[in-house]
Write a protein that binds this ligand. Structure first.
Ligand code: GLP
Length: 250
């Protein structure tokens, strides 16, 4: 894993956008795995800007989002469908039929999850999976204790995650109790992984990610076993890491 530290959120977002755009330039039909949360917003803004300037073309790109809340509709302002439309899809030329997000209210969650996995496979697998990270080490919505062999599945959200995400809702009671998420194995099958983390609240998670043991109790630790992982952090998030010239290889 390579940790790269940037002065601030702007510089980190620039770098993340640059990685995504270069990936798409190298392979026109790139399959991207996409995250939500506050961390990737700056990256999406910059990708949209580059698109407007004609610097990148997404017409052959396919996307698969990591997760979606259960129990709220796709047009709810806090749904990840809504998030993706407003932060990226409405601003670039990714074709509607190339966009894939887990549907939060499937009649048969197991069948839906299997279908999602099959779609990823049929698309040729994910080339670049972008991730945020929860304070408790969750990736996607794979909470502590999720099996490393897990595929797309429905999950009950931990109270810590609901509390962290309640800042986006009117009250804690409004935060969904469940979600559908790609599994750990789904994420690990991506050819390359880019994780973004910023701010003081992610310091401890970064320490565990870099130096902690590989354990389902800290889901992101599984990334230590992946051959191609880059982690972009800002100075605040890097405080517990021993970086040399803003880089740490572990
Ligand atoms: C949510 C998402 C995760 C995301 C995490 C961190 O729980 N399901 O994919 O990584 O939030 O979000 P933030 O970037 O806002 O800290």
């Amino acid at each position: 894993m390579i940790f790269e530290c940037y002065e601030d959120y702007t510089a980190l977002s620039e770098r993340a956008a640059e990685i995504v755009i270069n990936t798409v330039k190298d392979k026109k039909n790139t399959v991207l795995g996409l995250p939500t949360g506050s961390s990737p917003i700056g990256m999406y803004e910059r990708i949209s800007e580059r698109f407007k300037k004609g610097l990148v073309d997404f017409s052959d790109v396919k996307t698969f989002n990591l997760d979606e809340y259960c129990g709220i509709s796709s047009d709810h302002e806090q749904s990840y469908h809504y998030f993706m439309n407003t932060n990226l899809f409405n601003h670039v030329n990714i074709k509607k039929e190339h966009i894939n997000l887990p549907y939060g209210n499937p009649e048969n969650p197991e069948a839906f999850a299997q279908e999602y996995e099959e779609k990823i496979r049929a698309a040729g697998g994910i080339d670049l999976q972008i991730l945020g990270i929860g304070r408790n080490g969750h990736i996607g919505f794979n909470e502590p204790g999720t099996a490393f062999g897990s595929r797309t599945h429905m999950i009950k959200l931990h109270e810590d995650t609901r509390l962290a995400n309640s800042r986006f809702f009117d009250s804690l009671e409004d935060v969904p109790v469940a979600a559908i998420t790609m599994g750990i194995k789904t994420i690990m099958r991506a050819r390359s992984i880019l994780l973004i983390a910023c701010g003081e609240s992610k310091q401890e998670a970064m320490r565990k990610l870099a130096y902690g043991e590989v354990t389902p109790e800290f889901p992101a630790s599984v990334l230590q076993l992946h051959p191609d992982v880059r982690i972009l952090i800002d100075e605040e998030a890097s405080k517990l890491l021993e970086m040399e010239d803003s880089v740490l290889v572990v």
